[in-house]
Write a protein that binds this ligand. Structure first.
Ligand SMILES: Nc1nc2c(ncn2[C@@H]2O[C@H](COP(=O)(O)OP(=O)(O)OP(=O)(O)O)[C@@H](O)[C@H]2O)c(=O)[nH]1
Ligand SMILES: [Mg+2]
Length: 695
């Protein structure tokens, strides 16, 4: 199928908020091209895009899936992206490989959420041409006009109707093409029959066509002149003008239909071919030289040296790790050596593959613009650039998403800890929004991600792909301990009855240090009252005492300890004795130094619609949050606040219910602050109780 002609390639991202109907229309497109012989369905779990069991069970997309189809003279790659907030990052990172997008919106007013705005903003950032497709026209109370108004008001899209729906809800049966001024009506076989524009729609269609021609003519002075002179434009000129407007991002043509009822796919494919630019029309790719940092502009052309951007990796249970990339310049055949510009390492690409849902198809060559995959590369991550060693280039990396929620993961079977960790590391490899750590204090495996649903899906994948069943537990909040004033104390170990005795004697002064300083040890022993060889043992004893905490078992931080006096015994002193004496002296001093508990505090950004702002701020206050400010940002209000971590361990379901799913948030660790006394008492009591259980 691959013709190798760059002008005939279209990489189309199907984007839109969660549940908009993206996968369903993607299925209709695929079926229409003949790439599938049955219309796949999300609801029947027969989708060719939602192929993971975790997706099918939930009837939603978790990760971007790719398929090819041929239409007219073009080779179209469809990238069906996920839309729900927890899984949005993968889709947003895959947009880098697209030459244009189909933004899918439901035929309803007021339905666009924060995720839709985030997708739109990302597309603006990448300068990606867009079509809009108003879907679910067959649903009860479907409202095409309200959806178009929403595209304009919420996203600021310069929406231009290129179609009108014929009928609505149960009478919806096709579309009027305003360029050709013909009707396309669904036939029995899923194809669309061409007809005259229904008589009762002629006036409306004339009016809409007029508006479309004016918008199109405005994109080009020459055309505008022609239009003003002649009073009309030929169909060819019109398509050219719309194409130019889409390419520049000045126009967003609006089409409509239904994915599940399979109405509107052929004209949408026509629009993809005619209006979305090929890679050859995209601006030159911008990167840097990996060592000199010099800016490089690389024309998107097959005659240039090879460069490819890796936008995704997939942990495939059969093929191993698949590296998915778009060729940005030049051509590549199988069994070629390339440079990984990020790692400064060489990789040999084996068989070149094209992704078709969960399957892969081998190809001999990939040209500029095409998307392909290879299996089993040594060390390539999403965001890396692969290129010709002699003409190295490094493209900017992916968007980073900071994780918002952490859970402790415990294997159900004892002894499965290593298997779980190994599996999680592999999953994190294909999912950059996932972070795996082992808590040094609690020894728990901590998994951090975008939201609770994200972590739940991760646990399911771990079970399916790596055979480890795990339970999710609220992670232990990493409290710390510190002191508020200086104190001096003695630590004296004296065991001199029977056998060899043990003797160590230390005097230690401790002082609070500023937040973030850590630990400092000062030796002020003079005159050999403690022999030099025992000093490191004293420091070690203090260190161990700090690691295990003094009041509630949490690590102590920001303390300066000075060893200033002591005594020893010529026979009974030992390193061990001084280590214990150091630890005792330190602990004794801490009890006199007003020890306190510190808690991690997060900086949060919560994006919510105007009308929810009061409720969200009220809720943050009730979580001991401090609101730092509110800024309007692309149609939402962004609340900046600092909130203790213990209060937002499960923030995402709560925010979802306060905002009916329209809020989103991100957070990161800002620092440590003292826990208020009444809460500190409870935490200390809980830690005493758990010590009791262990002992
Ligand atoms: N009546 C009707 N229902 C539709 C249509 N398109 C999608 N749906 C239904 O809407 C639900 C969501 O559809 P999907 O195609 O999975 O939506 P999506 O945008 O891919 O969802 P995510 O990938 O999870 O963001 C499913 O239950 C579909 O059956 C349509 O055109 N008409
Ligand atoms: Mg989907």
């Amino acid at each position: 199928m691959a013709s190798g002609d760059v002008t005939q390639i279209r990489n189309v991202g199907i984007v839109g908020q969660g549940g908009a109907g993206k996968t369903s229309i993607a299925e209709a497109l695929l079926f229409c091209t003949g790439a599938t012989n049955r219309l796949g369905s999300v609801d029947d779990e027969t989708s060719n895009f939602d192929v993971e069991p975790e997706e099918q069970r939930r009837k939603l997309s978790l990760t971007t899936a790719l398929h090819h189809g041929a239409w007219k003279r073009c080779d179209i790659t469809i990238l069906d992206t996920p839309g729900y907030a927890n899984f949005l990052a993968d889709g947003l990172n895959c947009l880098r490989a697209c030459t244009g997008l189909v933004f899918v919106a439901e035929a309803a007013g007021g339905s666009l959420k924060v995720e839709a705005e985030r997708i739109w903003a990302r597309a603006d950032e990448l300068g990606l041409p867009r079509l809009a497709f108003v879907t679910k026209m067959d649903r009860e109370r479907a409202d095409f006009d309200a959806a178009v108004a929403d595209l304009k008001s919420t996203l600021g899209a310069n929406a231009v109707l290129v179609q009108l729906p014929i009928g609505s809800a149960d009478t919806f049966r096709g579309v009027v093409d305003l360029v050709k001024m013909r009707a396309f009506v669904a036939g029995d076989d899923g194809k669309m029959q061409e007809e005259d524009v229904p008589a009762d729609m002629r006036d409306a269609a004339e009016g809409a066509r007029e508006a479309m021609v004016e918008s199109a003519a405005e994109t080009d002075d020459e055309l505008l002149e022609k239009y003003l002179d002649e009073g009309s434009l030929s169909d060819d000129d019109l398509v050219k003008a719309l194409h130019a407007g889409v390419k520049e991002g000045a126009l967003v043509p609006v089409l409509c239909g239904s994915g599940t009822a399979n109405i509107g796919a052929p004209p949408l494919l026509d629009a993809i071919v005619d209006l979305i630019p090929s890679p050859a029309e995209r601006p030159a790719a911008r990167g840097q030289h990996p060592s000199s940092g010099e800016d490089i502009e690389r024309a998107v052309a097959a005659s240039e040296p090879l460069s490819a951007y890796v936008f995704k990796t997939i942990a495939d249970p059969f093929a191993g790790k698949l590296t998915v990339f778009q060729v940005l310049s030049g051509e590549v055949s199988g069994d070629t050596a390339v440079l990984n510009a990020n790692k400064d390492s060489k990789e040999r690409l084996g068989h070149l593959l094209r992704l078709e849902g969960k399957k892969q198809q081998q190809v001999d060559k990939l040209t500029t613009g095409e998307i392909g995959a290879v299996a089993k590369l040594k060390d390539v991550d999403a965001g890396d650039t692969l290129c010709d060693e002699k003409d190295a280039i490094l493209y900017p990396g992916p968007m980073r998403v900071s994780s918002a929620i952490s859970f402790a993961i415990e294997p159900k079977a004892k002894g499965d800890e290593d298997k779980a960790t190994q599996g999680l590391i592999k999953l994190a490899d294909e999912d950059p929004t996932l972070k795996i750590e082992r808590d040094a204090q609690s020894k728990q495996i901590i998994v951090s991600g975008v939201g609770q649903l994200h972590i739940e899906v991760t646990a399911e994948r771990l079970h399916r792909k790596f055979g480890v069943e795990v339970e999710l537990k609220d992670p232990k909040v990493p409290y710390k301990e510190t002191i508020k004033k200086s104190a001096k104390a003695q630590g004296r170990l004296k065991k001199q009855s029977g056998g060899r005795g043990q003797f160590g004697d230390t005097w230690i002064e401790i002082q609070p240090l500023p937040r973030g300083s850590g630990f400092e040890f000062v030796n002020k022993i003079v005159g050999g009252v403690i022999p030099r060889q025992y000093i490191p043992a004293v420091e070690k004893g203090i260190h161990e005492a700090m690691a295990n905490g003094v009041i509630a078992g949490y690590e102590m931080i920001d303390v300066k300890a000075t060893l200033y006096d002591g005594s020893h015994h010529n026979v009974d002193s030992s390193e061990m004795a001084f280590k214990i004496a150091g630890s005792m002296g330190f602990k004794n001093a801490v009890t006199e130094a007003r020890p306190v508990l510190l808690e991690p505090v997060m900086t949060m950004e919560v994006a919510v619609p105007d009308e929810c702002m009061g409720d969200v701020i009220g809720d943050l206050n009730s979580r001991r949050g401090k609101v730092l400010g509110v800024d309007p940002k692309s149609g939402a209000q962004v609340i900046r606040a600092q909130v203790p971590m213990s209060e937002v361990l499960r923030y995402s379901p709560d925010l979802r219910s306060i905002t009916s799913g329209r809020g989103s948030f991100s957070m990161e660790l800002s620092g440590y602050e003292e826990v208020p006394p009444h809460l500190a008492e409870k935490i200390i009591a809980a830690s005493d109780a758990s010590k009791g259980e262990e002992g």
